[in-house]
Design a protein. Structure first.
Length: 149
């Protein structure tokens, strides 16, 4: 799996957020199903990419997962949604190709094989998946952004 290094622009994301154990789980799929009822209807939504964001790692095996879209202004978002600001930063970008049910295998390979082989150190902050044009066209390609030092 190849990667590219980039500097991501600052993002303001808004969506549904919940705490989960780190790793694959049915609950994340359920959260996506709830979020998709909001998709395209969020005030100030920018474009049609969806974001799956792993953040707020507690150091005890849990994280928050946010199903989101980019928005122009977090203040326009309904109160039941979570707003997350991600600053501009250096990231390594990987591409998951294949069934969404196997994305956890790609995440695992990123951290156990690819980042160490590239001698990249993970920086603190949110890690996220972008479900963009290729995914929406049925090709099941998802970009994964990992902050690096």
């Amino acid at each position: 799996m190849n990667h590219r290094l980039t500097t991501t622009p600052p993002l303001t994301l808004a969506g549904r957020n919940k705490t989960f154990p780190i790793g694959p789980g049915q609950g994340i799929k359920d959260l996506w199903q709830v979020f998709m009822t909001d998709f395209g209807k969020i005030a100030g939504q920018v474009g049609f990419n969806a974001y799956g964001v792993c953040h707020n790692f507690d150091g005890k095996g849990h994280m928050d997962y946010l199903c989101a879209v980019e928005v122009k202004d977090g203040g326009q978002v309904p109160g039941y949604m979570h707003v997350l600001q991600i600053p501009a930063r250096k990231t390594a970008v990987f591409t998951h190709k294949g069934p969404i049910e196997k994305i956890h295998e790609t995440w695992n390979a990123i951290f156990t094989e690819h980042l160490p082989a590239a001698k990249l150190e993970v920086a603190p902050g949110p890690q996220f998946e972008v479900y963009g044009e290729a995914f929406n066209a049925g090709r099941e390609e998802i970009e994964i952004f990992i902050p690096v030092k």
